[in-house]
Design a protein around this ligand. Structure first.
Ligand code: IVH
Length: 665
């Protein structure tokens, strides 16, 4: 390349300084505040640009370091051996360059054996066991010392605090994360409570791990997967570590492949990319590790990362499209959610036409305007989110700034913002949209579950003035239902019998359906297990409520106030007059199910998915959506596909429908 002129050098130097400052800012947002403003992909692009410019100007090279996640609020402690980061790429060619580089450094001709495994998008922790006893759990920190999060890590279910391997010291390393469905639930509850949502599961996990209150941490159900050993590693191969860790009682990698050379690299990556979509947690790539430890030691590390490991990251699927409109939806508790209406665009095979904009702060921060070209990304692989705006595409004449409404779009009441909340709410409990949303929720699958009583039916019956509250559903007459479009004798009979049937149900469904602030499905189940009837819940004191595991002062006060509000009392009076028959859910301690995790696949003859799930839960088990290391049994109905193949391959026990019925009895 031609010599750079001094003017060009100055320009590059200036850009390098700008990029370092920008990366430094994003590092603070990501590691310390758990509130990043840009996606990992955009961040990696900035870093790569910096590396490139630094390669043009070797005199400007500074260390990038490994970031720094120390929060400043927690005690810190040194790692015995430093915790490094990983070099990463989005380009498959670099994987071959990595292999060539390694062979050159080792001066070997023969093939190198690699372990390839999922890269979990959580945060790294170091577990220090002394004589078999868990002494400290530290975050990576600056690589040399990290935050002491021992008490919080000890809340992780199933993590062995004592192990049957008792050297003076062993450092076991892995990733703390939160399952995707828990992340979604927590965010949903936060929306209901008017609190800021977490952008992705990783931020939630890292924010949680640094909370000062371990009881609050326990409720967030953190998980941990271990994939490495720092100090005290005596293994000859990386691939020996995972079964060893599993034997000690840890959750470790099960989806790893050992490959003798790079020949099968592309299909292996493709397979892991397919498999990761079925995992309950978010992954953002795969990690390559040289399998032989003698080689690992020979290769050593740079200041930032080991030379023997390398991450290939999957590009998030993103697309550009036009923001057509922003609508403001009113939820069942009055919270206003801005929703981006998009020019439909294809994203990982599905057509995306809407994305949430979370709240007013999010809209203001992104300064998104109608008519803008926006970038939509499948964040956490499932929910589409708007991650940025192409300002350069904004017409020169500009676009109008988006105004968050001051009044409710449905009833015109002035919106309010409660102290400490990010959400704006419509305070009018009679707001027609709030009423509709409350009834939709009450009849939904996570509450009283009336089949056939969906959004269209609710909207029509409210419009015809046949229902004003959830309790009115039970006073509906045959002639009211004939008013519904396309409802003949058959559909009317079916709906009436479904309404009737919903009176005999589990108590938690009713409690959840009431829409008490901060009470979601899980809390409703805990309350139903504690109180025999909702009357007992309604008359409980704040102190009584606080005695229940997981109920804090704020939630207890919210429940107490709900049952003392005159409008709610009027509604409950109506419910009193309905002959409900509530069953409690009590685990029957069936050893085949208790504390076991199940995945359902295929079609069963005798049960729907929801019925099978309810039975498993009643017997003390739980149900996940995807196969993972924590799944104990796959129940396969007829026409089971990939999940069945995967379970057989991973030696996960498989039950048929007949096995399931036998174990239930
Ligand atoms: S090995 C010294 N294996 O990725 C070797 N890291 O971007 C470093 N990570 O700090 C770690 N899944 O937090 C390894 N299967 C995996 C991983 C993994 C996720 C994280 C880890 C690391 C970061 C680097």
């Amino acid at each position: 390349m031609a010599e750079l002129t001094s003017k060009e050098k100055r320009k590059i130097q200036k850009k390098i300084l700008q990029l370092r400052a920008e990366i430094g800012r994003h590092d603070r947002l990501y590691y310390k505040d758990s509130q990043p403003e840009i996606s990992d992909f955009e961040y990696d692009c900035l870093k790569n640009e910096l590396l490139y410019l630094e390669s043009l100007l070797p005199e400007a090279v500074g260390t990038l370091g490994v970031g720094d996640d120390r929060s400043g609020n927690l005690l810190t402690r040194k790692h015995y051996t430093p915790m490094l980061s990983l070099e990463n790429t989005y380009n498959l060619d670099d994987v071959f360059n990595f292999d060539a580089h390694i062979r050159k450094l080792l001066a070997v001709e023969k093939d190198i054996e690699y372990v390839i495994e999922p890269k979990i998008d959580g945060l790294a922790v170091n577990l220090i066991y002394e004589k078999g006893q868990l002494r400290y759990a530290l975050t990576r920190g600056d690589g040399v010392e990290g935050d002491d999060v021992t008490d919080n890590v000890k809340t992780i279910e199933g993590l062995p605090l004592r192990i049957g391997y008792v050297p003076d010291l062993i450092e076991i390393r892995g990733e703390v994360y939160i399952d995707y469905d828990v992340f979604q639930k927590i965010n949903m509850e936060r929306v209901q409570a008017g609190e800021a949502v977490f952008a992705n599961a990783r931020n939630l996990a890292s924010g949680t791990l640094k909370l000062m209150d371990s009881e609050a941490v326990r409720l967030r159900r953190l998980k941990i997967l271990l994939y490495g050993i720092g100090g005290g590693n005596n293994f000859e191969k990386q691939s020996e570590i995972y079964p060893f860790l599993q034997k000690l009682g840890f959750v470790s990698q099960t989806y790893y492949h050992v490959i003798a050379n790079l020949e099968r690299i592309a299909p292996t990556i493709r397979e892991l990319d397919r498999e990761r979509k079925r995992l309950p947690y978010t992954t953002d790539g795969v990690v390559f590790k040289v399998n032989e430890r003698v080689f690992q030691e020979q290769l050593g590390a740079t200041a930032k990362a080991p030379r023997w490991a390398f991450a290939y990251k999957f590009k998030p699927e993103c697309a550009e499209t036009i923001l057509r409109n922003v609508t403001f939806q009113v939820g069942r508790t009055g919270i206003i959610t801005p929703v981006a209406e998009l020019e439909p665009v294809n994203l990982s095979g599905s057509c995306v036409a809407r994305a949430t904009l979370h709240n007013a702060d999010d809209v203001a921060k992104k300064d998104i305007r109608i008519g803008d070209t926006v970038i939509v990304e499948k964040s956490g692989e499932i929910i589409p989110a708007i991650v940025g705006v192409r300002l350069e595409n904004r017409p020169e004449s500009g676009l109008e700034k988006l105004n968050f409404p001051t009044d409710c779009p449905h009833c015109g009441t002035r919106l309010i913002r409660l102290p400490g909340e990010v959400a704006w709410r419509c305070p009018n409990v009679n707001c027609p949209e709030q009423v509709i949303q409350k009834i939709i929720y009450f009849t939904s699958k996570t509450a009283i579950d009336i089949d056939g009583f969906g959004e269209t039916v609710v909207r029509k019956l409210v419009e015809f003035d046949k229902i004003k509250t959830t309790a009115d559903i039970y006073a509906l007459k045959r002639e009211d239902l004939y008013l519904l479009k396309n409802f003949g004798d058959k559909s009317v009979n079916r709906l009436l019998s479904n309404i009737e049937r919903s009176k005999k149900t589990e108590l938690w469904r009713f409690i959840n359906g009431l829409g008490i602030p901060s009470i979601g499905e899980k809390m409703a189940k805990d309350l139903a297990n504690y109180f025999h009837h909702w009357d007992a819940l309604a008359t409980a004191s704040v102190e009584d409520l606080e005695r229940i595991h997981g109920v804090g002062q704020k939630v207890a006060q919210g429940i107490f106030d709900y049952f003392r509000d005159s409008k709610n009392l009027k509604l409950l009076q109506k419910f009193h007059e309905i002959d409900f028959e509530f069953e409690k859910i009590t685990a029957q301690y069936n050893p085949y199910f208790e504390k076991k995790m199940f995945v359902l696949t295929g079609t069963m003859q005798q049960f729907t998915r929801n019925q099978a799930k309810a039975l498993i839960e009643k017997n003390g088990g739980s149900v996940a959506n995807a196969l993972s290391a924590t799944v104990d049994v796959l129940i396969a109905g007829s026409h089971a596909g990939q999940k069945l193949d995967a379970a057989r391959k991973k030696n996960v026990p498989v039950w048929t429908e007949a096995d399931f019925i036998e174990k239930l009895s």
